[in-house]
Design a protein around this ligand. Structure first.
Ligand SMILES: Nc1ncnc2c1ncn2[C@@H]1O[C@H](COP(=O)(O)OP(=O)(O)O)[C@@H](O)[C@H]1O
Ligand SMILES: [Mg+2]
Length: 376
């Protein structure tokens, strides 16, 4: 299916990542190689929903079908409400929106199982029916069906937007997991992959030790001391040296993983937090050194930009590339992923592919997602 673009060229993107902190919603105008942000909205999950999501994804064996189906409905309702609130706040009638792109909420990502799967919940029927706007969702499974990792999917958007000037650049997204897109000066050559933990391990450790969702500004990590032996042990993990394509999630980088390395050691909780922050920074730095040695600019986005201690640690890494924020290019770093899913939905309704086989390892480029049509 390919549909003509509505002259307003307005799109909505909805995203909630592995941090499960809530929905980032963005209203954008997309055309040619341009992306204009009209409005953004942050929609926090109700605390009970967030706890239920964290519990389900961390304890898949204890999650019943009914629980999962209930969460699918609840998350779908929140995504619908996030889209509605975004449009209301910006005074935009739904009739002007071409399409909503909804990433949904990843509950489980297992691209290397015997039968590979990745599961994003948040019933798109509820979003389409509640907003009256055609909705595209379930992007990742098509890439998986083509033999890919199903992730990351944002590099095609980064390439569309940021490769235009043919500069050697890296786009670094620091969500629960961190991922990079390497834009070579020759744009045919884009690669991208998950580098490992972003904020996710630090969040989990903070939640366990302090019952707070995250370490605000990285202040707790700053109060601790990086433990070099522990850091180098963690960096020995096989994931970091694996060649891309590769993707990961909380199924792998979680507190059990940490315990398998830190086990019965006697480090203080703050020292562990400092070491986890250093792990995020070092694993990102190592990936850039190895796969993007010529990069001139690193454009950072994702919630990790709000962690001042992490940003300082990244900027102290060796190398001559300039550390920038996507803000320097007119894109709020907290909404780049949401905007990417608005763009991916546009690709879908234009009948164009959204995955990059050079990134995900898919056998071919595919038109991603399922379309939940509204209107005639
Ligand atoms: N003020 C802050 N200080 C430190 N970390 C922050 C702050 N604000 C957001 N974050 C981090 O960003 C994460 C959310 O980032 P996000 O890009 O939404 O990740 P995801 O895509 O995984 O949902 C939070 O879980 C937290 O770790
Ligand atoms: Mg988030």
């Amino acid at each position: 299916m390919s549909v003509p673009e509505n002259p307003s060229s307005l799109y909505v993107g909805l995203m909630s990542g592995t941090s499960m902190d809530g929905i980032d919603a963005a209203l954008v105008r997309l055309h040619d190689n341009q992306c204009e942000t009209i409005a953004t909205k942050d929609y926090a999950y109700p605390p009970r929903l967030r706890s239920a999501l964290l519990h389900a994804s961390r304890n898949p064996g204890k999650t019943t079908i009914d629980t999962l189906a209930n969460l699918d409905h609840w998350v779908g309702s929140c995504f619908r409400d996030a889209a509605t609130a975004l449009l209301e706040a910006s005074g935009t009638p739904s009739s002007q929106i071409q399409v909503i792109g909804s990433h949904g909420q990843t509950i489980r990502h297992c691209p290397h199982s015997e039968r590979p799967f990745t599961l994003q919940i948040g019933d798109p029927n509820i979003i389409a029916s509640g907003t009256g706007i055609t909705t595209v969702a379930d992007f990742r499974r098509r890439d998986l069906a083509a033999g890919g990792e199903g992730a990351p999917l944002t590099p095609a958007f980064h390439q569309w937007l940021f490769a235009a000037e043919k500069k050697a650049r890296v786009v670094l997204n620091i969500g629960g997991i961190a991922n990079i897109t390497v834009l070579a000066a020759n744009r045919d050559d884009t690669i991208g992959f998950d580098t490992g933990p972003g904020n996710g391990l630090m969040d989990a450790w903070t939640q366990q030790q302090h019952d707070r969702p995250f370490d605000d500004g990285g202040a707790w990590a700053r109060s601790g001391e990086v433990q070099p032996d522990l850091l180098s042990n963690l960096l020995q993990d096989v994931y970091f040296s694996m060649a891309p394509p590769k993707s990961t999630g909380f199924e792998y980088f979680n507190l059990d993983w940490l315990e398998s390395y830190a086990g019965d050691s006697s480090f203080s909780a703050a020292d562990i937090q400092a070491t986890l922050l250093a792990l995020t920074a070092r694993s990102i730095g190592d990936a850039i050194t190895r796969y993007a040695p010529d990069t001139r600019e690193i454009l950072v986005c994702g919630g990790g930009v709000n962690n001042v201690t992490l940003m300082e640690s990244l900027s102290r890494l060796p190398g001559t590339a300039k550390w920038l924020s996507t803000d320097d290019f007119g894109l709020d770093p907290n909404y780049v992923e949401a905007i990417a899913f608005a763009w991916l939905a546009r690709q879908t309704i234009l009948g164009q592919s959204g995955n990059l086989p050079s990134v995900t390892g898919a056998k071919q480029a595919e038109v991603l997602g399922g379309i939940y049509v509204c209107g005639g």
